[in-house]
Each structure stands twice: as structure tokens, then as C-alpha cells.
Design a protein around this ligand. Structure first.
Ligand code: NAD
Length: 258
């Protein structure tokens, strides 16, 4: 139980869609108000009345182009393995704009859905790795659409303490759908923020491991990059939840010693 399409998905979709545009009205939003009923029809048409694995990114294309938005210059933020800290730092689009701060990402974030021959399957949806193309059909298109709307400098937050996967993983959405979709010359630079969990090993740094192949891949695309290990701004934010840890004592001690 609980692994089928999210109950009340239509109401959640429509409610989030109208709330985003009429109540939240993010400051970074520049496009005209979009018709949420029309968006729902395009979305549901993409996956309903077919098997859960019989969906490709093609089917979501009309929805993506209808729901797509401009993203304020220098504000686009990508994340890989860093969902929580990236979104805390982005501050709902105030500091940076993530995919989940755009209409497309906001409407369906954390929602599950799939179809069957009778319409929508509320009982069971297979996990993404059991469907070849359908597994990435929606979030792959949403990710490419988002990246192709980015302008100026973009930011990527990566986890240098990640267990089992490199900070820059070649089969991440970021590597497969976002980096390749950045548009030159509209995008000029990629700023990498490499974050390490407090009190966890620093497996990779800006000057080693997968960060080197990321910087190569960026350069091969004709883009400039910067990479910062544990920027103070992000560390201070992480320390809010862990003030007693060794890494978080530094500022405190310095203030007292001077
Ligand atoms: P990540 O490794 O943190 O993965 C993000 C999510 O995708 C996780 O829930 C993970 O379980 C799932 N996932 C990982 N690999 C997958 C695959 N091959 N097929 C299907 N699902 C997979 O980071 P990532 O892979 O780089 O994705 C994050 C980036 O892509 C972000 O920049 C974001 O813009 C976009 N994205 C967002 C969502 C979302 O649910 N909001 C999902 C996918 C991608």
C-alpha cells in the first residue's frame, strides 16, 4: 500500500498550480499566469491509459513547453545528492532558483503517478529503475527544460562526502540532462559549491576525484567554471542544525580569543 499514484493527485496538481501563481507569486516569476486546467490535461494525457513503463519524454513535451518559465539571470541552481542543503540555501527562489522553485517542479515535487489500461493506477507504481525510459521520462525532461532556461552564471551544489557515489556521478540527472542542456552563449559560467557533511569524511575536494572530470566536462562544453570547497555561507547554514560540532565552533572561538 502507499506506492501507487498519490491520492487526490488532480486536486494537489490544480491546488499547487493555482497557489504557486496566485498566492505564492514568487518574485523570480516573470511569465503570465498559465491555465492550470490546461496543464493538468496535458500532464494526465501523457501517462494515463497506458502501462506504467510505456511513457517516454515525448509524451511530456507538450506539458513541458506549456509550463516552462524564464529563470532570472544568474539564479539557476542545480543539486545532486544535496537536496536538503541546496534548498535551504536557495531559500524558495529568494537566493537561487531550483527546479522545485519553478512551476513544473513545484506542482509535482514528491508526488507519485503512473497509468494503467483503465486510466490512473492508484494501487501500485513500479520504482523508476524497473522501467527503462519511463523512469526518467518526466524528471529527465523537466531537468533539461530547466537547464535550457538558465542564463548567466549557474550554480551546482555537490556532496563531497557522498558514500557509494562520487560527488559528480555520470548517471545523475545533473550529468545526463542538465549539464548537456545548458545553452551557450546564454550561460557563461558554472559555479561549483562542494559541500562536506559536518563530521563526515571529506572524500573528494575541488582539486581531486570526480570534481576534476566535472571541470573537464564543463570546459569541453566551452564554459568557464569555479569550484569552492565548503563556502562559509553554506557551512553557517549547516551549523544551525549542528552548533556543537567541532567545525561549527570556529567562529565562536575566534570571537572570544580576539
Ligand atoms: P540525486 O542523485 O540527488 O537524485 C535525485 C533523485 O532522483 C533521487 O530521488 C534519486 O533517488 C533519483 N534518481 C537518481 N538516479 C536516478 C535515475 N537514473 N533514474 C531515476 N531516478 C533517479 O541527484 P541528480 O540525479 O543529479 O538529480 C537532481 C537534479 O536533477 C537537480 O538539479 C534537479 O534539478 C533535477 N531533478 C529533480 C527531481 C525532483 O524530484 N525534484 C528528480 C530528478 C531530478
Amino acid at each position: 500500500a502507499g506506492s501507487g499514484t498519490t491520492p487526490h493527485i488532480r486536486e494537489i496538481f490544480l491546488g499547487r498550480c493555482w497557489a504557486y501563481q496566485e498566492v505564492i507569486k514568487p518574485q523570480h516569476l516573470h511569465s503570465d499566469v498559465k491555465n492550470c486546467e490546461l496543464l493538468w490535461d496535458m500532464f494526465v494525457t501523457a501517462f494515463s491509459n497506458k502501462g506504467p513503463c510505456d511513457v517516454t519524454s515525448q509524451e511530456y513535451a507538450p506539458f513541458m513547453s506549456q509550463a516552462s518559465q524564464e529563470i532570472a539571470r544568474n539564479k539557476a541552481m542545480f543539486w545532486s545528492g544535496t537536496y536538503q542543503i541546496a534548498h535551504q540555501f536557495a531559500e524558495n527562489g529568494k537566493r537561487f532558483v531550483t527546479l522545485e522553485d519553478t512551476l513544473i517542479g513545484y506542482i509535482v515535487n514528491s508526488v507519485t503517478w503512473c497509468g494503467d489500461n483503465a486510466g490512473i493506477n492508484y494501487m501500485y507504481c513500479p520504482p523508476w529503475y524497473e522501467c527503462a525510459e519511463a523512469g526518467t521520462a518526466f524528471w529527465g525532461s523537466a531537468s533539461s527544460e530547466f537547464a535550457s532556461s538558465a542564463r548567466g552564471n549557474i550554480t551546482i551544489v555537490l556532496d563531497g562526502s557522498r558514500d557509494g557515489k562520487p560527488a559528480y556521478s555520470k548517471d545523475s540527472y545533473f550529468a545526463k540532462f542538465e549539464l548537456p542542456a545548458l545553452r551557450l552563449p546564454d550561460v557563461t559560467r558554472v559555479n561549483i559549491l562542494l559541500v562536506h557533511d559536518i563530521d563526515k569524511p571529506r572524500r573528494e575536494m575541488c582539486d581531486n576525484g570526480s570534481l576534476l572530470s566535472l571541470q573537464d566536462d564543463i570546459a569541453a562544453r566551452g564554459l568557464k567554471s569555479t569550484c569552492v570547497d565548503d563556502p562559509d555561507t553554506v557551512i553557517h547554514l549547516m551549523c544551525v542544525d549542528d552548533p556543537e560540532s567541532r567545525e561549527c565552533q570556529l567562529v565562536h572561538k575566534m570571537a572570544h580569543n580576539s
